[in-house]
Design a protein around this ligand. Structure first.
Ligand code: ADP
Length: 403
């Protein structure tokens, strides 16, 4: 079975073509700056295996439809193509950011599903409309191929009301769908599944805390294979301190900024989403730069690192409390996979919770993958590289196989 995974942003289209029998990537790429005269197309056929097939070019790509057209041409290109015809594609899996309460699982796209995704647009105005454009152009260019929608929110739909409701007047939940949804669900589900498999445990009998630490950061508490709480909220602004997002703050700070500085909501939204987090404290949102700055003695960089780890520690404590028993802590994404110092700082001092990192194993970890706990640790600590595209392809395949 061959599955094309598509992730559309407002001006970009990322894709992966996977052969599912051996879960191998046949092609991967991205079209960026769609709508501009100098869009950038980067495409690799058999990445890592056949670097000569890498193709990079600046050219005008008017819209997403032109972008996907180009991608399909590259996939079947006589010279660098990996398929002889697009007829070999069995299904398309689309990443959709917000599925609201309508979508607890991956769905085959039809008019009704499209309408329900559109209904979720107010909850994700920057993302869902772009995801819908991706679905529309794929359905147009590959009309006979089944299309599936895989939602960033679906893994978190198992949260109980006590975890997903905000203590606001209940009518805001009923009338405006104001509640915690959580994001990065595809990543949390993937790394949880991989970790359970590596531990040789049944997912339905495994409890985990998963930590997706990239530019955006979120954590999930997974009990017997189901998510029971997560740190992002109605939007991705909530929870942990992130690259440029504040995460949890006292909401009254917003009124204070409006009153004292006369800032409007758009301004404050930009401030909290784009100028806060690590960047707000030390001026950079790139963990590698921040490490270099801290090593060079810059106090704000050291402070940013301390705050980052401290806030994650507090969430680990909270999730230990809600889970009761934790079998494994799973680190993933750019920082979680690569930054051994962050993992050490986060886990140090948690021995009382049964979490004992092995500093040497952690530092020497190869290929961003494997266990990093001491033999005596009650809770296993693992690094699992995330692979959201593969998870989307697996969900799509499972949907088609179920029929
Ligand atoms: P995104 O959320 O954009 O997908 P990523 O998962 O790629 O983000 O993570 C980006 C973050 O990972 C950045 O803060 C980056 O500095 C950090 N990162 C990537 N590689 C390393 C590394 N080797 N050491 C420390 N941090 C790293």
């Amino acid at each position: 079975m061959i599955i094309l995974v598509i992730n559309t942003g407002s001006s970009s289209l990322k894709y992966q073509l996977l052969e599912m029998e051996h879960e191998t990537v046949l092609a991967v790429g991205v079209v960026e700056r769609i709508g501009e005269r100098k869009a950038l197309v980067t495409h690799k056929g058999h990445p890592g295996l056949d670097q000569e097939k890498t193709f990079e070019q600046e050219q005008a790509v008017m819209d997403h439809r032109a972008g996907l057209h180009l991608v399909l041409d590259l996939i079947v290109d006589a010279e660098r193509g990996v398929l002889t015809s697009t007829g070999e594609i069995d299904a398309v899996g689309h990443r959709v950011v917000q599925g609201g309460e309508s979508f607890q699982q991956t769905r085959l796209i039809n008019n009704q599903v499209m309408a329900a995704i559109r209904d979720c647009n107010p909850l994700a105005p920057l993302h869902n409309p772009a995801n819908l454009v991706g679905i529309e152009v794929a359905a147009h260019l590959l009309p006979d191929v089944p299309q599936a929608a895989v939602f960033d929110t679906e893994f978190h739909q198992s949260m109980p009301p006590a975890a997903f409701l905000y203590p606001l007047p209940y009518s805001y939940y009923k009338d405006l769908a104001v509640r915690r949804y959580g994001f990065h669900g595809t990543s949390h589900k993937y790394v949880f599944g991989q970790a359970a498999a590596e531990m040789d445990r049944l997912p339905a009998q495994t409890n985990a805390i998963t930590l997706h630490l990239g530019n955006g950061c979120s954590m999930a508490a997974v009990k017997n294979g189901k998510c029971i709480d997560t740190s992002m909220g109605m939007t991705p602004l909530a929870g942990l301190m992130m690259g440029t997002r504040s995460g949890d703050i006292d909401p009254a700070i917003i009124f204070h900024l409006a009153a004292e500085k006369g800032l409007g909501v758009d301004h404050i939204s930009d401030l909290l989403n784009k100028e806060s987090g690590l960047k707000g404290i030390c001026g950079s949102n790139d963990m590698r730069d921040i490490r270099r700055q801290a090593a060079a003695g810059q106090a704000r960089a050291t402070l940013a690192l301390e705050m980052f780890a401290y806030r994650i520690k507090k969430y680990i404590g909270a999730y230990c409390a809600v889970l009761g028993r934790v079998d494994t802590l799973v680190f993933t994404a750019g920082i979680g996979e690569n930054d051994c110092q962050a993992r050490e700082d986060i886990c140090m001092g948690l021995e009382g919770l049964g979490i004992e990192i092995d500093p040497e194993l952690n530092r020497k970890l190869q290929n961003r993958h494997g266990p990093v706990h001491r033999k005596t640790s009650r809770v296993q600590i693992r690094v699992v590289p995330t692979n959201e595209e593969l998870q989307i392809a697996r969900e799509t395949k499972a949907l088609l196989t179920r029929g």
